[in-house]
Design a protein around this ligand. Structure first.
Ligand code: ADP
Ligand code: MG
Length: 258
């Protein structure tokens, strides 16, 4: 009756392993001065995937990234990274654990060359050649303008430099805030190609995005914020297929002119 062979040959029940969660936000609250900006943000970033953080202006997306980096102090809730509670940690400690942050304003040095920007981002000022060549393949413009002052680059090239600075050292997780903001469609296309390469390399990314087409092309998972909360989290495939849900969550509509 309890023959182990029979048991072993039985069809596998629901043994799909739970996704390997790299970053977990659980009921995160953040106050900025007297304002209660994040009011219970909960979502997860699986390892080796692209997670898209969407939502209208002012929803709390940037505040969420800054809270993960310890740039805003979390007043309640838990942020777990790679199994460790990083909720109260200082920003340099969080960076040392392997999280890189590319803020919206990119934080590059305009009056230094592209090369100098990269050298400053590398630990101990030394760049690994193999890694640098990989970055040149991702962003050929950086190789071309290697000796040019970063301030002379186009908006898209500056964004690429900012991302390149974030990945010159191996990282566990990249947080990137609106990389396509204000970029021409052709540049967005080049950005998508570079991100697809990063995906091939199993990079874990949490990316804030306003452009839904860009987000659906790259995203594996998605979290949608509104008014300081996550109002939807799940797979991008599910949201991409469900036009009604898109309209409900993002106000996306083919004939919306506003
Ligand atoms: N430094 C700040 N001081 C006061 N309020 C802020 C500050 N930064 C953001 N906020 C407010 O927090 C809310 C969320 O902002 P933010 O996280 O930048 O939104 P998103 O990135 O989704 O556009 C907004 O209402 C914004 O006005
Ligand atoms: Mg923002």
């Amino acid at each position: 009756m309890s023959d182990p062979l029979v048991r072993n040959s039985a069809p596998m029940a629901s043994t799909v392993p739970a996704a390997d969660i790299l970053l977990d936000l659980d009921d995160v609250h953040t106050h900025i001065e007297q304002y209660h900006i994040l009011q219970g943000v909960s979502f997860q970033v699986p390892r080796g995937q692209f997670t898209m953080l969407l939502g209208r202006n002012g929803a709390g997306k940037t505040t969420t990234l800054r809270s993960v980096m310890g740039l805003w102090k979390v007043s309640q809730g838990r942020i777990t990274f790679d199994g460790a509670d990083i909720g109260g940690a200082a920003t340099p400690d969080i960076a040392c654990r392997g999280i890189a942050y590319v803020p919206e304003d990119m934080s590059i040095f305009s009056d230094l060359t592209v090369k100098e920007n990269m050298v400053l981002a590398a630990r101990q000022g030394e760049m690994d050649d193999t890694r640098l060549n990989w970055i040149f393949d991702l962003f050929p413009a950086l190789k071309k303008f290697w000796s040019l002052e970063a301030g002379a680059l186009s908006g898209g090239q500056k964004q690429m430099l900012a991302i390149a600075r974030a990945i010159i050292e191996p990282r566990e997780l990249l947080l990137i805030d609106e990389p396509t903001k204000g970029l021409a469609p052709a540049i967005v296309g080049a950005m998508i190609e570079a991100f697809q390469e990063l995906k091939q390399a199993q990079t874990s990314v949490l990316l804030v995005e306003q452009n839904f087409q860009f987000a659906r092309t790259l995203g594996d998972s998605v979290a949608v914020m509104d008014d300081g909360r996550v109002v939807h989290a799940g797979s991008m495939a599910e949201l991409a297929e469900n036009v009604e849900l898109q309209q409900q969550l993002l106000g996306l509509s083919l004939d919306a002119h506003q």
